[in-house]
Design a protein around this ligand. Structure first.
Ligand code: AMP
Length: 372
């Protein structure tokens, strides 16, 4: 079976690496002009002229990237099976549509309003009560196109810095930590949920994911499963879906979802019985889902901006190094290291030991290091 993947970055690369043992072939469709997957066949098509060519080479289509025109996915869906469906892509591209859907399905979100000028942003900040976070409705990722307003008077500056015609204004959530849940749904409707991960960001970029999230109460995992299941079923979704959430004293609050494999699920490559990548390939190919249980306790460390002393990291007897074959650039995701351990104490020790060779990494912080 030949799988066509929209997007050609490191997520596509890891999908292919997981799909080869199942005898899948991969054709990547790249509209950015700078594909980095480095595997399979790549069709570079900045203007959408070679869709027929792409279609003629694939049996199924999926995504590793959601910021491409929905019309492309819709056109493809007229001729072949596209998993997940283009509607999932459409919802994930628009924070207003996404939060509206969350609300309709009973998934808690921060209180929010929409603003389309500096004045309406100020009014929203006054109505919701500061601090608030303003985010562009479309095209935002990794904290880009966002501003925090401590007072309504900051509306003018925030509006200018975001530079979008329409923003969503959310009440700032005082969270204990950020978490995510990754689930996968098969063509026959079977659903499986990975244990949730605790995620630490630095300068808007994910740095560390620990899974299973330490000290997570079972009812919190159950709530997250209920929320993501309602999204999967509503969208008649096939493949891996990720939901990012804030954990607060009052329970979970949803932030956003991604219609694809996710950075906070990279730990599953060695840390789960079946990785998120293999399960996505299984689902979109019409196979049964694989076991999602954790093999132990995992931490994923992102390698951002510079590779550091990879040779030393490779020498450590407990590291699994994944490099994306990309050149160094500030803020760029170049690879990740997965570390497994039998106890959280051992995990913290191993992570700290590893991070000393990754100078681009911020100090390792998590609830394991800040809470007794
Ligand atoms: P996003 O692009 O929506 O994932 O936001 C990027 C990051 O900004 C999140 O991972 C949070 O750390 C932070 N953030 C976003 N929205 C809120 C909010 N309503 N309250 C507090 N922090 C937020």
């Amino acid at each position: 079976m030949r799988i066509g993947v929209l997007g050609a970055g490191q997520l596509g690369r890891m999908l292919a690496l997981a799909g080869y043992p199942l005898a899948k072939d991969f054709v990547f469709y790249d509209m950015s002009g700078s594909p980095s997957a480095g595997l399979g066949e790549v069709i570079i098509d900045r203007d959408g002229q070679y869709l027929d060519d792409f279609l003629s080479r694939v049996d199924r289509v999926t995504y590793e990237f959601e910021h491409l025109p929905v019309t492309i996915a819709e056109k493809l869906a007229e001729h072949t099976t596209v998993h997940p469906c283009p509607r999932a892509l459409e919802v994930c591209q628009n924070r207003e549509a996404e939060k509206t859907l969350f609300g309709r399905l009973g998934i808690p979100t921060p209180e929010w309003q929409v603003a389309d000028s500096a004045d309406t942003l100020k009014a929203a900040a006054e109505a919701l009560g500061c601090p608030v976070v303003a985010k562009s409705i479309t095209e935002g990722y990794d904290g880009k196109g966002q501003a925090v307003l401590k007072t309504p008077e900051e509306a003018e500056t925030a509006w200018a810095s975001i530079g979008h015609p329409r923003v969503i204004v959310e009440k700032f959530v005082n969270f204990r930590r950020e978490v995510s849940i990754i689930a996968v749904r098969a063509e026959d409707g079977d659903v499986a949920f990975y244990p949730m991960a605790e995620n630490t960001h630095h300068e808007g970029i994910l740095r560390y994911s620990i899974a299973p999230a330490p000290g997570l109460e079972p009812h919190v995992q159950q709530d997250a499963e209920k929320y993501i299941k309602s999204l999967l079923n509503e969208l008649n979704y096939v493949g891996v879906l990720t939901l990012e959430l804030f954990e607060t004293a009052e329970g979970l609050i949803a932030n956003e979802m991604a219609p694809r494999v996710h950075n906070s699920g990279h730990w599953t490559i060695e840390g789960a019985m079946t990785s998120q990548f293999e399960n996505h390939i299984r689902a979109v190919s019409g196979h049964a889902l694989g076991n999602v249980q954790a093999r132990g306790l995992s931490c994923m460390i992102n390698i951002i901006g510079e590779h550091g002393d990879i040779e030393r990291v490779l020498e450590l007897p407990y590291t699994h190094v994944h490099l994306y074959n990309k050149s160094e650039r500030p803020g760029r995701k170049l690879g990740h290291v997965n570390i497994l351990a039998d106890s959280y104490e051992e995990l913290v020790w191993r992570v700290r030991n590893c991070v000393q060779f990754l100078p681009g990494s911020p100090e390792f912080k998590s609830t394991l290091t800040t809470e007794g």
